[in-house]
Design a protein around this ligand. Structure first.
Ligand code: AKG
Ligand code: FE2
Length: 278
């Protein structure tokens, strides 16, 4: 029997999940533009509306070309960090992990709180910085920004940001931005990356170079495997998640290490684009 209850339950999924994805992948549908843009904006960047952003400067350091991993010093200004913390404060809810279709709280895997933040002009300037960094790719859309707060004991176990679930679209890149880092511990660790040559450049300012300080020494011991970025307020790590053939980079496996004291707040900027999987 046809059940209207099911239809009512599926309708928000269709409107808020499928329609934005469909539009992102296949371009504008036959619907009127004024209904199309707001529905897209709920999840992804849709518009190039004029925006007046203050001048901003950051420094970049390439850690790896394949996968592309770039460390960005001063990605956020002090004023932007302050603003992000303020607008997140009343929106934090416990983080969940997705297992297939369902999301659940599993603090042994991920222990933190997440805030889905409003797209005010300061936030849009940060989104646009992330788009500019990636060359204003027309096929790339920024997922609504989220801040993530970790207290003592907060952590996020090893995972990938790409999902591989869809043949057509995925999170093509990640910016992991440190909005607040008044903490001990809480580094971002990539166990499958090799340490760069730390005798050159400024790497030891940004990476844990003193191996004794890493609690997971066994994994690090052999051949310089494993990199831990220190949480430093305002700075960011950018990486590409997908190979040109659409497969996810295994090297991007990463974790948010436990916060030992204080609070850490991160900002996730995930860009969606075509995965072009065969
Ligand atoms: O907090 C971190 O260091 C990592 C966070 C992370 O990987 C994520 O939110 O996907
Ligand atoms: Fe992640």
């Amino acid at each position: 029997m046809f059940n209207l209850g099911y239809l009512a339950a599926l309708l928000p999924l269709y409107i808020f999940v499928w329609l934005p994805i469909q539009e992102m992948l296949f371009g504008p549908s036959q619907r009127a533009p004024d209904t199309r843009i707001p529905s897209l904006n709920r999840s992804f960047i849709a518009s190039d509306d004029p925006l007046d952003c203050p001048p901003h400067h950051y420094n970049t350091f390439i850690l790896s070309h394949e996968p592309l991993i770039v460390y960005i010093e001063d990605f956020l200004s002090a004023d932007e960090s302050k603003h992000l913390i303020e607008i997140s404060e009343d929106k934090f809810t416990p983080s969940t992990v997705s297992t297939g279709a369902e999301a659940s709280i599993q603090t042994d895997i991920r222990h933190s709180e997440v805030a889905l933040i409003a797209r005010d002009d300061q936030v849009r300037c940060i989104e646009n910085r992330a788009r500019a960094f990636q060359g204003w790719r027309p096929d790339l859309h920024i997922e609504r920004l989220r801040t993530q707060r970790y207290g003592v004991g907060g952590h996020y176990r090893n995972h990938f940001d790409w999902s591989g679930a869809s043949r057509d679209a995925d999170r093509v890149s990640t910016f992991m931005v440190y909005v607040d880092a008044d903490c001990e511990g809480g580094g971002t660790k990539f166990p499958r990356l090799r340490m760069p040559d730390v005798s050159k450049g400024r790497w030891c300012e940004f990476l844990e170079c003193d191996r004794q300080q890493d609690e997971d020494r066994s994994e690090l011991a052999a051949d310089n495997w494993g990199i831990t970025f220190k949480p430093i307020k305002g700075n960011a790590i950018f990486w590409e998640n997908l190979r040109p053939d659409g497969r996810g980079y295994e090297e991007t496996f990463h974790a948010g290490l436990p916060v030992l004291a204080g609070t850490k707040i991160g900002l996730n900027i995930w860009s969606w684009g075509p995965a072009r999987r065969i």
